[in-house]
Design a protein. Structure first.
Length: 287
């Protein structure tokens, strides 16, 4: 038996593909996606180019089927899991630690300015033909340099990462410009991802956004089909599931971290949504 882990290290990601080295980055082209059904975070960033097929991706509170050709961008803080949708896929994945990318970057906040890395409902990008061809060329170059033993491999890969990030940012800006967004709905989600560990009342978010509780609830329900209260509760449950996979933390510690007044209230809250207690959920995660 082994314990599931809370945050996947880059070393662990490499082991999924039978790789082992000390580099702070890793590239793989594969037809065997490591489908991980339980939610987890990662130590590294990842940019993925789905060339063929489709996968089911769960990020935050969003579940979506991603069809090729598409780009997926994932930052360390995003809670994610994956499920199989088709037997035949082909995907390029480039993992990198933030310190690797930022080695020669004066702006240590460079990566955090790109919200597609952390925004769990806006981190997949279907590609039109011209963009698909562009990313095919870029990832072909990445594959080539990854297989080369040049002493400048890290620097060259870092340069390609800049190109990828700028290209994804351009696609995202076009996507946002073409969609009708509701500012209050978007601000609510941003605030929720920041505050849910400490605040679980709709009133808190209404106060922070300078609207009435009733109006906020109406807007969220209209744009998502779920109430603001549902969004808050589901975010807490998702975080609890991730924390419960860390066997080093007691149920009581998790309850405290999530700011429940005591363990029994946390237990009732969790069972109300999942149908089982936190302890029963944890036992299910043991292989």
């Amino acid at each position: 038996m082994k314990n599931k882990i809370l945050t996947y290290s880059l070393t662990h990601h490499k082991s999924l593909f039978s790789y082992a080295d000390q580099k702070e980055y890793f590239y793989i082209e594969t037809s065997e996606h490591p489908y991980i059904s339980e939610p987890y975070r990662a130590e590294s960033y990842a940019i993925e180019f789905l060339r063929k097929g489709s996968i089911i991706m769960h990020t935050g509170l969003e579940t979506k089927v991603v069809h090729a050709p598409a780009i997926i961008a994932l930052g360390p803080s995003v809670i994610r899991s994956f499920s199989k949708n088709e037997d035949e896929i082909l995907i390029d994945i480039l993992f990198f630690k933030p310190q690797f990318f930022l080695e020669n970057q004066a702006n240590v906040f460079f990566l955090t300015q790109y919200v597609f890395f952390e925004n769990s409902d806006n981190n997949t990008f279907p590609l039109v033909k011209t963009d698909e061809s562009k990313f095919e060329r870029i990832f072909s170059l990445i594959k080539e340099v990854s297989e080369d033993q040049s002493k400048h491999q890290a620097s060259i890969l870092r340069s390609y990462l800049y190109i990828l990030i700028y290209e994804i940012d351009g696609i995202q800006k076009e996507k946002i410009a073409s969609e009708v967004q509701n500012p209050l709905y978007e601000k609510f989600k941003e605030l929720l991802f920041k505050d849910f560990m400490n605040f679980r009342t709709v009133q808190h978010y209404a106060d922070e956004l300078n609207v009435s509780r009733k109006y906020l609830s109406e807007v969220i329900k209209k744009h998502s089909g779920k109430t603001a209260s549902d969004w808050i509760s589901e975010m807490v449950i998702l975080e609890a599931k991730v924390l419960l996979q860390n066997k080093k933390m007691s149920i009581n510690q998790i309850s405290d971290l999530l700011h429940f007044s005591d363990q029994s209230i946390f237990g009732r809250f969790f069972k109300n949504y999942e149908g089982i207690s936190p302890l029963e959920y944890r036992k299910k995660q043991v292989d």
